[in-house]
Design a protein around this ligand. Structure first.
Ligand SMILES: C[S@@+](CC[C@H](N)C(=O)[O-])C[C@H]1O[C@@H](n2cnc3c(N)ncnc32)[C@H](O)[C@@H]1O
Length: 350
């Protein structure tokens, strides 16, 4: 359909009634002619698509408008959204078509009913995050072809999402077996955008990023996603460099701080970094790990951009003990954890 020409012709009609009649005809044609979710149109000889729902909504708005001036304004806006991409510096979202991205979250409360288990994603690594977290963040804070660093790689969830979304990714993981499994699983994910995925077995607090980046011909990172151990809630290894083996909160924060300092120079200025972390309960006291970690980031030159609260998947063991935990909470005067934090930071300094 030569949608743009049709809309331009409608816009040039002299009176409101004619504009509305022709718009109504176009709307009927779109309803009838296209069974699919999106409709195609031509732009400079190339085939483009727009969601059918979106164009119908836009045409409905035009039909409801009462003045000629306003109607023409909405028509021009619709034509512009079909002709011109408007992208920011951080992502590939076309702001002229922002209504099409209704699955991209913009509120600070994230509630997911179930984890995405499609493709090679699995829930079997104890302590992994749900793939929807990196999926949302990568689409908001990176463009296709950019580089992402995950210094607490675990099972490789971030890198699997990187491959799906066409982002290059480097993951660092302290444990040999975990790194090996992540490599094997990640490589199984289809690489339709031909991106590069690298996994290193190392300590993120001391790894020589400069040499590694030179070796892999990576200039810098455009996004970092950090999902450290929630101190000692899950012990990931016996290694002393492992954050889950820190002897105290302060030691945990020092080890986390080392990772930040080590990676910081390689994140581009103005770009974002996300930290996913939960709090912990110990000896009758709520330890606000999340807030401590946030402070650690602020002290190292990051600017806080958002605090997101995400519902927490209870482990199977805890789910089976739901009644017991409810009793304990009632008796002990505390609340059962049901949330974790996603802190969003921007690098402002050099
Ligand atoms: C919470 S898990 C990350 C899970 C990951 N997001 C996923 O979806 O599988 C934290 C990971 O950090 C690793 N780790 C702990 N200390 C580390 C360090 N100093 N350097 C690199 N990795 C470390 C642990 O072995 C563990 O796999």
């Amino acid at each position: 359909m030569d949608l743009i020409s049709i809309l331009n012709e409608i816009r040039l009609l002299v009176d409101l009634d004619s504009i509305k009649n022709e718009t109504s005809e176009l709307q009927k044609k779109i309803f009838k002619a296209h069974q699919k979710k999106s409709i195609s149109y031509k732009l400079n000889g190339n085939k483009q698509t727009i969601s059918k729902e979106l164009i119908i909504t836009e045409l409905q708005q035009i039909l409801k408008t009462k003045t000629l001036e306003r109607t023409r304004y909405y028509l021009s806006r619709l034509i512009k959204s079909l002709e011109i991409r408007k992208e920011g510096k951080l992502n590939d979202i076309n702001l002229n078509r922002w209504k099409e991205y209704d699955d991209i979250l913009t509120d600070s409360l994230w509630i997911f009913d179930k984890r995405d288990t499609s493709g090679v994603h699995k829930a079997d690594y104890w302590g992994n995050f749900i793939p929807q977290i990196p999926n949302q963040l990568l689409r908001r804070y990176t463009k296709k072809g950019e580089w992402v660093l995950d210094p607490f790689l675990g099972s490789g969830t971030t890198l699997i999402e990187c491959r799906r979304l066409g982002r290059n990714g480097l993951g660092v993981e302290l444990n040999n077996e975990t790194a090996k499994t992540a490599k094997r699983v990640t490589n199984k994910e289809t690489n339709k955008y031909s991106v590069t995925t690298k996994i290193l077995r190392d300590n993120s607090g001391s790894i020589d990023f400069k040499t590694k980046l030179q070796k892999f011909k990576i200039k810098s990172f455009q996004f970092m996603i950090l999902h450290p151990p929630y101190w000692d809630i899950i012990k990931f290894s016996r290694k002393k460099e492992d954050l889950s083996n820190a002897g105290s909160v302060q030691e945990f924060l020092n080890l986390f701080g080392k990772v930040i300092e080590n990676a910081y120079p390689y994140l581009d200025k103005g770009r974002y970094c996300a930290v996913i972390i939960g709090d912990k309960y110990s000896s009758g006291e709520w330890i606000p790990l999340g807030f401590y970690v946030m402070q650690t980031m602020l002290k190292r030159g990051f600017k806080l951009k958002s605090t997101i609260i995400k519902n927490f998947d209870q482990t199977t063991a805890k789910r089976n003990q739901k009644e017991l935990w409810r009793y304990r909470a009632l008796a002990g005067g505390f609340y059962v954890f049901k949330h974790e934090y996603i802190f969003l930071f921007q690098k402002t300094g050099e």
